[in-house]
Ligand binder design. Sequence first.
Ligand SMILES: [Zn+2]
Length: 155
Amino acid sequence: MRCPFCGNIDTQVKDSRPAEDHVSIRRRRFCPACGGRFTTYERVQLRDLVVIKTNGRREDFDRDKLERSIRISMQKRPVEPERIDQMISGIVRRLESMGETDIPSKQIGEIVMEALARIDTVAYVRFASVYKNFQAADDFDKFVSELRPDPAPEK
Ligand SMILES: [Zn+2]
């Protein structure tokens, strides 16, 4: 795994352990070239998913983006982090087992809303209210920033 700090490809694994109820392995890595430390997660990926945006553009599915949007919706909600991890893994498994590798972004949004609705109504409303205004924008980064309930104060 290439060091994200200096680009050295010869990094060492210091520690590996299961995370998120054994659906992933967390590895702590060390770069002997620059002394940098970073963490990687290894997960089963059943297939490579592609998101089709409403403007027709295709983009590799990014689990981290999905996770970020869900965590922002769940901010300060009384739901255990393990439960959120399980929900995210469940959503990804659902996407992976849909039979198609190309998935419209709209369908992903609907699956997320369905999962949130089962876990926490407030998080569902937060996500859904942004999602419904979002159809034109269709840019996940923008979506995530709109979802953020407390933006950082301007400097
Ligand atoms: Zn390095």
